[in-house]
Design a protein around this ligand. Structure first.
Ligand code: HDE
Length: 710
C-alpha cells in the first residue's frame, strides 16, 4: 500500500516534540490536496456528479461501479457508538516524569525525567449518545493512553474519584438505569429521571458517587479545568519485587472550575460542542492544557489501617491521610487530524499495563479488565483493532495471533505456533530481566464465594465527608441539583426514598431537598451527625488563575478606542482572550475614527460563552447599546452567573440600568477612581487605567463572585 506522507511538522508549526507516535501516525496520512480523484482501486474518475444512466432521463445502471462504491462506502461509514462514554473528544500530547520513581516502580516511562512519552487522551460524558451535548450533568471520562517503550499503558479514569457500585457485575444495572428509559428512549443524556433514582434508592452504595454527581464536579467549565482519577486501586511494583497499593490522579494546572446548572443547560442548546470547542481552540492557540500526575501510595502492611477498605471503589483515600505525591506532568499540544480515525477508533483498556504496574483485587477493576476489549470486539469489528494507527504501540508486535477481520499485518513464514523448531522457537517469551511481564505473585487463600466483604458495608461516611467539605456556594449548588434531578422524577415514592436515603448522609441537605420537592422531611436522621472533613475535596481550594479565560467586550460606533485597545492588551498579557461584540458583525468605528472588527454580534454570541464582560465608554456607543434589549440581558445573565464585570466611563453609567444596580452600596470598595463591588469594577474619568485592568484581571482569576447569591 502506498501512502502519501505530508509533512506533519510543517503543518503543525506549534508542535516541537519529535515523538515516536507522531512519526508512526504520519506514515498513515493521506493528503488529497492537488491530487486527481480515484476509486478505491486507484482508477482516475472523470465525473462524480452524475450516475451512469440508460439515456439522460433513464434509469441508473447496475454497471456503475463508481456509484456503487461511493454509496456502499457511505452506507457503511458508521460503527456502533460506545455503550457508555459515547460522546468524547481527544487530543495528543506527551508526559514527563519529574524525578525517577525507581524506588516505587520499575515502569520505564517513570524512570527518567528526560523521556517524553507520547500520550493520547479522550475526554467523554458517560450517559449521552454520540450527538448529545457536552455540558450535561454527568461524570466525565478522562482516559489516557501512554505509548511507552514497553508497550501501551492506559489509565482509563474519570473526573470523579469514586464509582456508583462496588462490584462490576452491577455495571449493566446502573447503566441501564441511568440511560434513557427503554420503552421510549427518553430522556437523553441525563440522570434526572425515575429509573436512575429508583436504582439509587435501592442501592445505597451509590450514595457517595451521587453526592459527587450532584456537585459542581459534574458540570465542568472545561476539560482543561477538571481533575482525573484512576478510581480503582492498582499496584506499583519495583525491581526488587516490592509492591505498594496506588491510586492515580491528574491535577489540572488551571485549577478545578465548573459551570452553573442554569449556564450548563443553556449551553446544551446554544453550543452543544462547548467543551470540545474549548479544548480544540486552546490547543490551536498554543494554550496547551497541562495536568500534573500524582500518586497516592499505601504500603502493603498498612492495607488494613483505615476505616474503609482500600479495595472498595466507592471510597477515596482522603488526601490529608494519604498525600498525593506529584510525580510528573502531561501536556496536550496537538489536535487530531481526523476525528473518526483517532478519537472514535481509539480503544482504551485498564488491562493495558506495563512491568512495574499491576492490579489489585478491587472487584470493580477485576470486571473492567474483561469488559473493555470485549466491547471493542463489536465496536471495532474484530480482533485486529490493535493495528489501527491510534491504537498501535510504538514498539513492534511479535506473536502468533493471526488472521481475523481487517488484518493489516503480513506475517511471512510457516510458523504461527509455539514451540517450534522451524523458526528456532521464535517469537519467544522474554525473561523478566529482558522486560517480560510477570504478574505480582500475590498470596491468595480463600473459599470460592459469591458475596461482598463486610468491610465494604459503610455506605454513608464518605458521602457525609464530601458534604462536610463543601463551601457554602458548593452546598447550595448540590441542593439545587437534587431539587432539579429528583424534582424531575415522577414517582412520589422514589422521591421520598431519595430524601430518606440522603438523610443518612446529611440531614440538612435532605431537609432542604424535601421542602423543595414537596415530600416529607427525612425520617430517623441523626441531627448530631458530625463526620470527617477533607478540604482537598472542595474546588474552592484548588488553583485560581485568569489564564485562558474569555472576556466579551461590547462596542458600537463611537466606542472609546483607547480603553478597548488597552484592555485587550492587558488581558492578552495576562493570558486572557477577548472578543469584540456589537449589534452587527464587521467593522465598528471608534470615537477617534479608528476601526475595530466585531467578530461576534448579539445573535451569534451569548453571555454563557464568556467568563467576564467589559463595557467600555463612548457616549454614542453606549447610547446605541442601550437601545437593545439583548445587551442588558447579556449583562444580567453574566451578573446572575456570578461572573466578573468591568465598565468604564459611560459604560459604568450603563450598568445602573441593569441588575448590577441591585448590589448594595454597603458592599462597595472605593480606591481613588476605582469602585469594586462583588466582582464588578467600575472606573470613571481616569487617565491611567492600569489599576482598573489589574483589578478586572484579579476578579477574573477569582472565577465567580458567589456573594451575589448565585
Ligand atoms: Fe468504563 N467502560 N466501565 N469505567 N470507561 C467503557 O469500554 C466498564 C468504569 C471509563 O474514551 C467501555 O471502550 C465496566 C470506571 C472511560 O474510549 C466498557 C465498569 C471508570 C471510558 C466499560 C466500568 C470507567 C469507559 C465502553 C464497572 C473510571 C471511555 C466503551 C466495573 C475509572 C474510554 C469502551 C474512551 C468505557 C466498562 C466502570 C472509565 C463497556 C464494566 C469505574 C473513561 O467496556
Amino acid at each position: 500500500m502506498e501512502y502519501y506522507c505530508c509533512n506533519f511538522y510543517e503543518r503543525r508549526g506549534n508542535v516541537k516534540e519529535d515523538i515516536e507516535k507522531m512519526k508512526q501516525m504520519e506514515k498513515h496520512q493521506v493528503d488529497n490536496k492537488d491530487q486527481k480523484m480515484t476509486t478505491n482501486m486507484g482508477l482516475k474518475i472523470s465525473n462524480t456528479d452524475d450516475s451512469l444512466k440508460a439515456g439522460l432521463r433513464g434509469p441508473t445502471l447496475l454497471e456503475d461501479f463508481h456509484f456503487r462504491e461511493k454509496i456502499t462506502h457511505f452506507d457503511h461509514e458508521r460503527i456502533p457508538e460506545r455503550v457508555v462514554h459515547a460522546r468524547g473528544f481527544g487530543a495528543h500530547g506527551f508526559f514527563q516524569v519529574y524525578e525517577s520513581m525507581t524506588e516505587y516502580t520499575k515502569a520505564k516511562f517513570l524512570q527518567d525525567p528526560n523521556i517524553k512519552t507520547p500520550v493520547f487522551v479522550r475526554f467523554s460524558t458517560v450517559v449521552g449518545s454520540r450527538g448529545s451535548a457536552d455540558t450535561v450533568r454527568d461524570v466525565r471520562g478522562f482516559a489516557t493512553k501512554f505509548y511507552t517503550e514497553e508497550g501501551n499503558f492506559d489509565i482509563v479514569g474519570n473526573n470523579i474519584p469514586v464509582f456508583f457500585i462496588q462490584d462490576a457485575i452491577k455495571f449493566p444495572d446502573v447503566i441501564h438505569a441511568v440511560k434513557p428509559e427503554p420503552n421510549n428512549e427518553i430522556p437523553q443524556a441525563t440522570s434526572a429521571h425515575d429509573t436512575f433514582w429508583d436504582f439509587v434508592v435501592s442501592t445505597p452504595e451509590t450514595a457517595h458517587m451521587v453526592m459527587w454527581l450532584m456537585s459542581d464536579r459534574a458540570i465542568p467549565r472545561s476539560f482543561r479545568m477538571m481533575e482525573g482519577f484512576g478510581v480503582n486501586t492498582f499496584r506499583f511494583v519495583n525491581a526488587q519485587g516490592k509492591s505498594r497499593f496506588v491510586k492515580f490522579h491528574w491535577k489540572p494546572l488551571l485549577g478545578v472550575h465548573s459551570l452553573l446548572r442554569d449556564e450548563a443547560q443553556k449551553l446544551c442548546g446554544k453550543d452543544p460542542d462547548f467543551h470540545r470547542r474549548d479544548l480544540w481552540n486552546a490547543i490551536e492557540q498554543g494554550q496547551y492544557p497541562e495536568y500534573e500526575f500524582g500518586v497516592q501510595m499505601i504500603e502493603e502492611d498498612q492495607e488494613f489501617n483505615f476505616d474503609f477498605d482500600i479495595l472498595d471503589p466507592t471510597k477515596l483515600w482522603p488526601e490529608e491521610m494519604v498525600p498525593v505525591k506529584i510525580i510528573g506532568k502531561m501536556t496536550l499540544n496537538r489536535n487530531v487530524d481526523n476525528f473518526f480515525a483517532e478519537t472514535e477508533q481509539v480503544a482504551f483498556c485498564p488491562a493495558n499495563i506495563v512491568p512495574g504496574i499491576d492490579f489489585s483485587n478491587d472487584p470493580l477493576l477485576q470486571g473492567r479488565l474483561f469488559s473493555y476489549e470485549d466491547t471493542q470486539l463489536t465496536r471495532l469489528g474484530g480482533p485486529n483493532f490493535h493495528e489501527i494507527p491510534i491504537n498501535r504501540p510504538i514498539v513492534p508486535i511479535h506473536n502468533n495471533q493471526r488472521d481475523g477481520m481487517h488484518r493489516m499485518t503480513i506475517n511471512p513464514g510457516v510458523t504461527s505456533y509455539f514451540p517450534n523448531t522451524l523458526a528456532q522457537n521464535t517469537p519467544m517469551p522474554a525473561t523478566e530481566e529482558e522486560g517480560g511481564f510477570v504478574h505480582y505473585t500475590e498470596k491468595i487463600d480463600g473459599r470460592k464465594i459469591r458475596g461482598r466483604s463486610e468491610s465494604f458495608r459503610d455506605f454513608y461516611s464518605q458521602a457525609t465527608m464530601f458534604w462536610n467539605s463543601m463551601s457554602i456556594p458548593e452546598k447550595k449548588h448540590i441542593v439545587d441539583a437534587f431539587h432539579y434531578e429528583v424534582g424531575s422524577v415522577k414517582d412520589k415514592n422514589i422521591k421520598q426514598r431519595v430524601v430518606d436515603m440522603f438523610g443518612n448522609v446529611a440531614p440538612d441537605l435532605a431537609e432542604q431537598v424535601a421542602h423543595r420537592i414537596g415530600v416529607n422531611a427525612p425520617a430517623n436522621t441523626d441531627e448530631n451527625k458530625v463526620g470527617a472533613v477533607s478540604p482537598a475535596l472542595s474546588q474552592e481550594n484548588t488553583i485560581k488563575t485568569a489564564m485562558t479565560r474569555k472576556v466579551a467586550i461590547f462596542i458600537e460606533n463611537g466606542f472609546c478606542t483607547k480603553s478597548v485597545m488597552q484592555m485587550m492588551d492587558a488581558l492578552n498579557s495576562a493570558g486572557v482572550s477577548s472578543e469584540l461584540i456589537s449589534s452587527h458583525l464587521g467593522m465598528v468605528t471608534g470615537k477617534d475614527g479608528n476601526q475595530l472588527e466585531a467578530t461576534k454580534d448579539f445573535t451569534t454570541a451569548d453571555a454563557v460563552f464568556y467568563d467576564a464582560v467589559y463595557i467600555p465608554g463612548g457616549r454614542d456607543s453606549i447610547a446605541e447599546l442601550s437601545k437593545h434589549f439583548c445587551t442588558r440581558n447579556f449583562i444580567n445573565e453574566a451578573f446572575h452567573h456570578a461572573k466578573s464585570i468591568a465598565a468604564s466611563d459611560e459604560g459604568a453609567d450603563f450598568l445602573d440600568s441593569t441588575d448590577v444596580s441591585s448590589l448594595s452600596p454597603s458592599q462597595s470598595k472605593i480606591e481613588g477612581e476605582l469602585e469594586t463591588q462583588l466582582g464588578v469594577v467600575k472606573v470613571k474619568n481616569t487617565q491611567d487605567m492600569t489599576k482598573f485592568f489589574e483589578e478586572f484581571i484579579k476578579l477574573i482569576s477569582m472565577d465567580r463572585h458567589w456573594g451575589r447569591n448565585c
